[in-house]
Design a protein around this ligand. Sequence first.
Ligand SMILES: [Zn+2]
Ligand SMILES: [Zn+2]
Length: 596
Amino acid sequence: MARKVDVNYEASHLFKVRHSTAHVMAQAVLEKFPDAKYAIGPAIDDGFYYDFDLPRALTPEDLEEIEKRMKHIIKGNHKFEKQVLSAEEALNIFNDQPYKIELIKGLEEGGTDEHGNPLDEKPEISIYKHDKFVDLCRGPHVERTKEINPKALKLLSVAGAYWRGDEKRPMLQRIYGTVFEDPEDLKDYLWRIEEAKKRDHRKVGKELDLFSINQEVGPGLILWHPNGGLIRHLVEDYCKQEHLANGYDIVYSPHVGRAHLWETSGHLGFYKENMFSPMEIEEDEYYVKPMNCPFHIMIYKNKLHSYRDFPMRMAEWGTVYRYERSGVLHGLLRVRGFTQDDAHIFCREDQMPGEIDRTLNFCLHILRHFGMNEFHAYLSTRNPEKSVGEEPDWLRAQEALKEALERANLSYDIDDGGAAFYGPKIDLKMIDALGREWQLSTIQFDFNLPDRFDMTYIGEDGQQHRPLMIHRALLGSVERFMGVLIEHYGGAFPVWLMPVQASIIPIADRHIDFAHEVAQQLKSAGIRVEVDDSNERMNAKIRNAQLQKIPYMLVIGDKEVEAGQVALRMRNGENPGAMAVEDFIQFAQKQIKELA
Ligand SMILES: [Zn+2]
Ligand SMILES: [Zn+2]
């Protein structure tokens, strides 16, 4: 993933406001708990936090009171004043603050900054004062507390955090808060947090019975239930058809391969800690595959190639296994076993720019089909200290990637020097309904594997040449993609992806026969349907269908049976009412086709 520091944010007024608010919060906490020990309090992406060692656990009521005190302090319009001093003077000021003492000593020895990050040079030691509060700090801060808008400020939560992230050090209480320039931005942010909680794919996955993770099976391993399985099938089916229609060949490869293969590929050299332990069969070691690439290369190497064979595009829905520490596993987003929609493109130098364009446009075409329309791309370029291959090859590849991004009209950032040692790449992120970025597609050059496997072809000149190799995952991992899809839609997928598209709701038992007749008609028309013939009342049935995000609810009572109609209600709250069964079928088929 592209390493990126948003320089603009760190230089912004908002960044100073947030860090200054962290100081104000620390002052408020010290007023309430005079014996509190305070550690560090930086601004972060969405706000700020401060870590404290307190005599007792904080309650939600405490946060309310602290927030009130903060607003009172802000009203005082205190000035933030910086003072540079010696380590000895600083130690005097913070003589009863053990965390500050440790930080000052770190600064004095020149090893670490006040957040414990390693530093090359010995920094100056400075403090910032406002009102009665003083903190060890490099700044920068706002001039005065009135630059903080108390109406755009909110304390959010408390979490445990080890001092310096070290589980052998004391556990501190971290108070998270946020502040914006404009109260409207705070309102919008709080809405997005609430909405994100509602859309959490683990929660929605349970509600819609899509998947589960069973500790008996193993952490990070996904079980797809019938509902999730059907959606996954529809996703894969659509993608495979599109691959075939767009010049890809579909291949299959085994789940395991001999150690020798992974030695040649280099995985045992630089990737071993991410691989599952080997198993021994007939005195040979086998590894479960963490990647599909070496297998596709062996398919390539199975025969001699000439320049006429290119481009070759080999695609596989390859299931791979990687070791991730149990602490970092997270629902569908971070797992130990997943299926990549993987492809490798082998081509000649003269075909490369065209292939890059084609690949990028194919990614966008597929993702748009799933209702993903906003993207941001990252281009990672060569780090001369850490790269294989020739510089001119890198530069040509980087140029082709950049031009493809521009032709596709995508906004992008360049991560200069951020590429892996074997080639430059594009990471494509989707921006979801809540404005969050999700890493999906990757288009990655490889100047390493063709050499390691001595891949060749006979050129027009009768000489041996190396093909170019590009790795490409489009959805990335299917598991992860499904997680993103769930969060993007909050479970209310487009109709074509819904496991049940219509729920038929007979009001009384005497309507059940007609309900089943209608269901049969819909099934024949290719619409996925269920009849809710439970004993519940109509309103409860409608509520259940709504909770399941079923797009169409078709209510059937006396009037409908008599007229041969259904009364349509939509999950979005629209209520088109009674219509002939035929008309409903046409309406639904149109929406399914339009990916609504
Ligand atoms: Zn500060
Ligand atoms: Zn690959």
